[in-house]
Write a protein that binds this ligand. Structure first.
Ligand SMILES: C[S@@+](CC[C@H](N)C(=O)[O-])C[C@H]1O[C@@H](n2cnc3c(N)ncnc32)[C@H](O)[C@@H]1O
Length: 462
């Protein structure tokens, strides 16, 4: 791997000789891979029973595990059933540090592909609200797909600029995670492109962008609320210096971070003013732990923001509207026939039916670019309702009246490849499950379950 000379030079200046040598030799090692249990669906023990590979606990995340670097964990029925999320172990630190509680309103501002969002969703346990936002369009779709696979029931997804979210959700969040776009120095081993793209100007450009993002975060967080700022880079310009700059607004105090075994503290001497409290921030360096590297700062907001001089106007037209009783006729027929669970706050976007999270109204989302306004329940077709894959992933077997449990892994692969399942004496919509975990829908007639697993997700081979 080619490590940029200017980066080496910079790190040699920052680290002592021993740490510098360790950092350089860490680039010869293999990437640390991890998975994290989706506790919305199962316990770590249940997950371990369904994963055919060795798991080794990650010290700072009770639901995180190292897996061998040769393993391809995305090739498994348990993966498609959403029992775990594949996540680099040091990336598990940010959400652990934020530690939201059920009922909180939580914002993940820079969310794709969704590792931390889905981790925050687990901590909320379906209660409260998770707003996950991703600015970059194609990354936003990946976020939506991961949130879907994990069966998150209380998420609202946006594809927005932070300042536009701030114009609507002023001081409304209890907890905010800002996993900022950064120069990715902790990604060199995982993604050689990050090393190729690195240069000192990029670091400064990232730092400017991070400062701007934090201005919006300030407007979004409730007084008394808590935020975590994280990056996967080592550069002081994007870490200590960004936090020191942010503290300049006099509305925040740094909080201690207590995460199993991690105590490589932020360095005041790497900042411009040498703010002593920066020792409360945390570096997670690849030469101290088994992982690629992260930086985390946790801050509490101690005072309200000053009034806005000129509020940003959100003009985008919304196609979402409350679903009327007449429009819902076919859905009600479906719900009566198949569902043992009620969905509320129903809204339509064209013929697409959504259940918005509790406490969210049209007023909250009008004018913003919404990626998913809640649970996508399905499509109102001519004289019938067709349930969506998202609905299947949110359900538990007891929520649906017709369930088919695949006989074994072989049959799970048959379903995941998009093939029909034969020999089931069922009729109508069927929730196809891998043990007690839904894989998706099928439609049964004459001894066969026709496959409704989305075409774009199907696997080609085991
Ligand atoms: C480090 S990644 C987030 C990783 C994610 N938290 C996870 O755990 O899967 C940072 C994200 O910020 C997005 N981003 C880029 N520019 C942004 C901006 N100006 N404001 C907010 N987010 C931005 C990037 O597209 C990227 O997906």
């Amino acid at each position: 791997m080619q490590i940029p000379e200017a980066f080496k030079e910079k790190m040699r200046g920052l680290l002592n000789d021993e740490d510098y040598e360790k950092l350089m030799s860490s680039y010869d090692g293999t990437v640390n891979k991890g998975i994290r249990t989706n506790t919305l669906k199962c316990t770590p023990e249940e997950m371990a029973r369904k994963t055919p590979f060795e798991l080794e606990p990650v010290d700072w995340c009770p639901t995180g595990y190292y897996i061998d670097s040769d393993i391809r964990p995305g090739k498994n029925p348990a993966y498609y059933a959403g029992l775990y999320y594949v996540q680099e172990p040091t990336a598990m630190t940010s959400a652990e540090a934020l530690a939201p509680e059920p009922g909180d309103w939580v914002l993940d501002l820079c969310a794709a592909p969704g590792g931390k969002s889905t981790q925050l969703a687990c901590m909320l346990g379906g209660q409260g609200l998770l707003v996950a936002n991703e600015l970059v369009n194609n990354r936003a779709e990946i976020l939506a797909s991961n949130v879907e696979r994990m069966g998150v029931p209380n998420a609202l997804l946006f594809n927005e600029f932070p300042e536009r979210l701030a114009a609507r959700f002023r001081e409304r969040f209890d907890k905010i995670l800002v996993d900022a776009p950064c120069s990715g120095e902790g990604m060199f081993r995982k993604d050689n492109g990050a090393a190729e793209e690195w240069n000192p100007e990029r670091v400064l450009h990232c730092a400017k962008r991070q400062i701007k993002i934090l201005e919006s975060v300030d407007k979004l967080l409730k007084p008394g609320g808590v935020m975590v700022y994280s990056t996967c880079t080592f550069s002081p310009e994007e870490n200590e210096q960004v936090i020191e700059d942010f503290l300049g607004n006099d509305r925040y105090e740094l909080m201690d971070i207590d995460l199993g075994g991690l105590n490589d503290r932020g360095r005041p001497e790497w900042s411009e003013k040498g703010t002593p409290a920066l020792t409360k921030t945390l570096h997670v360096m690849p030469f101290h732990v088994r992982g690629e590297g992260h930086f985390i700062a946790k801050l509490r907001k101690t005072a309200e923001c000053p009034p806005e001089e000129e509020a940003l106007r959100l003009k985008r037209k919304s196609r979402l509207k409350p679903a009327g009783r007449r429009e819902l006729g076919d859905y009600e027929v479906f719900a009566e026939e198949y569902l043992n669970r009620r969905f509320n706050n129903l809204h339509l976007q064209g013929d697409q039916l959504y259940s918005l999270p509790e406490g969210i109204t049209l007023k909250d989302i009008e004018g913003l670019k919404v990626l998913r306004p809640g649970i996508h329940l399905g499509t109102l077709k001519k004289n019938r309702f067709e349930p969506s894959h998202t609905l299947a992933m949110v359900l538990k077997p007891e929520d649906f009246k017709t369930v088919y449990t695949v006989k074994d892994d072989e049959e799970a692969y048959t379903y995941l490849k998009g093939e029909p399942i034969t020999g089931a004496d069922l009729k109508g919509w069927v929730l196809v499950c891998f043990e007690k975990w839904p894989l998706g829908f099928g439609k049964a007639s004459q001894g066969m379950i026709k496959n409704h697993f989305p075409k774009g997700l199907r696997i080609r081979k085991k």
